[in-house]
Design a protein around this ligand. Structure first.
Ligand code: GCW
Length: 671
């Protein structure tokens, strides 16, 4: 069969160099796996599978080691390790994977395999690693009928009609992939949730998935519909303060735990984009979340309550700005949430744009654990026709400084709990997986799933290191290929920003499906998008004034952050139009006027896509034919889309600037 990308980064192809193989073989002669439990069992079988592929030999699992040169699983109390951490050391000629729990053993095993896959020597191996965040989760926006909201890689992996009797082998492959990058939780249904998932019929289906995921250390969560008590006719209302409603959730939760004893908990989208919620009854988000926390009290589960809310009310407010809404709703509730509640905040204040400033809630709720929500699926980043490596986007947000406790109070430190001493920590990625053979549609988007997991485990890894690992594990070890593809990945996000939303433009995509440019949709027919189309172009200039003279959204940040973005002359160009309405003729730090710079970005953005295609062509000899062709085809589409974006935006904004396109650039191809 052709290599269709199904095996992801778990390819385990035979290492071509015999010498290298022999070096590894000397330290992998046997496995001593005297650790009880099904997760530890997974670890030894994964290790056998991986070594069989990489080294072409069967490695036996033995009871005790009489000689050296083997791999030993060792459970012991190690205070340098947390619950899921591990160490890997060469001790007296054996490779010892040490952990406090069998989960740690599993993660250590995958790290050991990764070391071999990326060509590292085991002779002096010495690794100690602890995940910085407790819940490292995927959020699937998958619907009961098999469609995926904002999914572009086929239909849902979950075959609800066939469950629970029929177990698609792919469920296990999904679990393997996740465990290998440290993901330990998954929310299997859309946050725009059907109440159906609370019925016994569906809970049994979910249990079947949970049973497959458990040996890989993955817990299942469910998104709930807040109006479920009423929809399912268990109560007359869904008011969280109504005793009947509270009793319904308690009974339902008890039922869930009788079916899935290690159930992870609830994810809730409430009072957002038409979803029901506590505000329908005059209650707060805290009232709603605390009711669910009460129901979960006897169990290990937690409530993850999303902060993605905005309302039509901002429409008639001259300072109305969706940027501020989650902050306005949630900040006053800090301190009112139950200990079992985590509030999940998107990385930016609007909606997963190609570039956003960090969300102002990070740092603003010291008494409430805040989880990070990133989007892995490329809703606003070119679906599956654009090569965009997202680690730099994730890192840019995580490394942003909130200054709430002085310099160095990064978003990462909020999320990993170290800044405010959160007892619960979580990070979620909206999944990009689907039924496509290669899981993610665009082969290169596999790197985004991979990078999310790696960063969720350790946000200090660099984007480049992750890209480098991924290329070696999935594409090639050939030095030039690794270099070229890593560079391609590393530059891809900035290229995409340049030909779609340069200089801090945002939310100018097509309405509805969010594909392609539509900057002319100034006045949306969606009343809750009152200030939609935030470019605010007019004859004077372009950009959204969010300073005290404008919507005042900038005032939600600490003074240090305000200082970074307050003055248009000092605001870094990537963020400029997020915060300022800038005159077309203003001279920027590049020496260009704003108009010329805007044109330059759109033109060079397109040029960079042409460069990406050339770079990809140079690696052809070292890449599987099918994968090469597929990516090459998608890059050709990307070039067409870049022309579309450039021409649409340049021609549209030119109506306002009334300035010529700089002479060095050709005329737009479209009109
Ligand atoms: O960005 C918007 C998406 C919706 C999504 C919503 C959310 C699940 O366009 O499709 O709904 O965000 O995050 O709730």
């Amino acid at each position: 069969f052709a290599d269709d990308g199904y095996r992801l980064w778990l390819k385990y192809d035979l290492i071509k160099n015999q010498q290298e193989r022999e070096n590894y073989a000397r330290l992998t002669k046997f496995i001593v796996a005297n650790v009880q439990g099904e997760i530890a069992k997974t670890a030894s079988s994964e290790l056998q599978l991986g070594l069989k592929g990489l080294l072409g030999k069967s490695v036996p699992v033995v009871a005790t080691s009489k000689s050296t040169g083997g791999i030993i699983f060792q459970l012991s109390e190690n205070k340098d390790l947390n619950e899921e951490g591990y160490s890997i050391k060469n001790q007296n000629g054996n490779i010892v994977i040490n952990a406090n729990t069998e989960k740690g053993i599993l993660y250590g095993t995958f790290e050991l395999l990764r070391s071999i896959q990326t060509g590292k020597s085991l002779t002096n191996i010495s690794i100690i690693s602890n995940p910085k965040i407790q819940y490292r989760m995927l959020n699937h926006w998958d619907n009961p009928l098999g469609t995926i909201e904002r999914g572009y890689a086929g239909s849902s992996l979950w075959k609800w009609y066939e469950l629970p009797e029929n177990i698609d082998p792919r469920y296990k492959d999904y679990a393997r992939a996740n465990a290998s990058i440290g993901i330990n939780a998954t929310v299997v249904n859309n946050v725009n949730a059907s109440a159906r998932f609370m019925t016994k019929e569906y809970l049994l289906k979910v249990k079947a998935l949970a049973d497959v995921f458990r040996p890989y250390g993955i817990k299942v969560f469910l998104s709930i519909n807040f109006a479920a008590p009423k929809i399912l006719k268990g109560a007359k209302t869904s008011d969280p303060l109504d005793p009947q409603v509270r009793a319904w959730w308690q009974a339902k939760t008890q039922e869930i735990y009788s079916i899935i004893p290690d159930f992870g908990g609830y994810l809730v989208k409430a009072n957002s984009e038409g979803e029901p919620g506590p505000q329908d009854f005059g209650r707060t988000h805290a009232d709603g979340a605390n009711m669910l926390a009460e129901a979960l009290k006897p169990y290990t589960g937690v409530v993850i309550w999303r902060a993605f809310v905005y309302k039509p009310s901002s429409k008639d407010d001259p300072k109305g700005d969706r940027y501020k809404e989650a902050y306005k709703d949630f900040k006053p509730l800090d301190g009112q949430f139950d200990k079992k509640v985590i509030v999940q905040v998107k990385n930016g204040p609007i909606d997963f744009q190609p570039r956003e400033p960090f969300h102002p809630l990070f740092g603003a709720m010291p008494k409430t654990p805040l989880a990070m929500e990133f989007q892995i699926t490329q809703e606003y980043l070119g679906f599956t026709t654009n090569l965009v490596y997202l680690a730099p986007l994730f890192k840019e947000c995580l490394e942003s400084d909130t200054y709430v406790k002085g310099k160095g109070s990064t978003v990462a430190k909020v999320v990993d709990g170290s800044l405010h001493n959160y007892q619960l920590t979580a990070i979620a990625g909206v999944a990009n997986t689907g039924s496509d053979r290669n899981w993610t549609g665009h082969f290169m988007s596999q790197a985004n799933w991979y990078a999310f997991g790696r960063l969720a485990w350790n946000h200090e890894l660099s984007s480049e290191q992750i890209a480098n690992e991924w290329v070696k594990m999935t594409l090639s070890h050939e030095v030039k290929t690794v270099k070229t593809v890593t560079k391609l990945l590393m530059e891809s996000r900035e290229n995409y920003v340049n030909f779609t939303t340069p200089l801090g433009l945002h939310h100018i995509m097509g309405q509805g499906i969010h594909f392609g440019p539509e900057p002319w949709l100034m006045k949306s027919d969606r009343s809750d998008w009152a200030s939609a189309y935030y470019h605010r172009a007019d004859t004077l200039g372009i950009g959204f004034d969010r300073t005290k003279n404008g919507s005042e959204a900038l005032l939600l940040y600490t003074p240090e952050v305000q200082n970074q973005w307050n003055d248009p002359a000092k605001t870094p160009l990537p963020y400029l139009l997020w915060f300022h309405h800038v005159a077309w003729k203003t001279k920027l730090s590049t020496g260009n006027t704003l108009w010329d710079e805007l044109c330059t970005r759109y033109y060079t953005g397109l040029a960079s896509v042409k460069e990406m295609r050339k770079a990809w062509n140079t690696v052809k000899p070292n890449i599987d034919k099918e994968i090469f062709e597929d990516v090459a085809g998608r890059l050709a589409v990307q070039e067409r889309e870049a022309v579309w974006w450039r021409d649409a935006c340049v021609l549209y904004f030119q109506q306002y600037s009334k300035m010529p396109i700089p002479a060095q650039f050709p005329k737009p191809e479209r009109s």
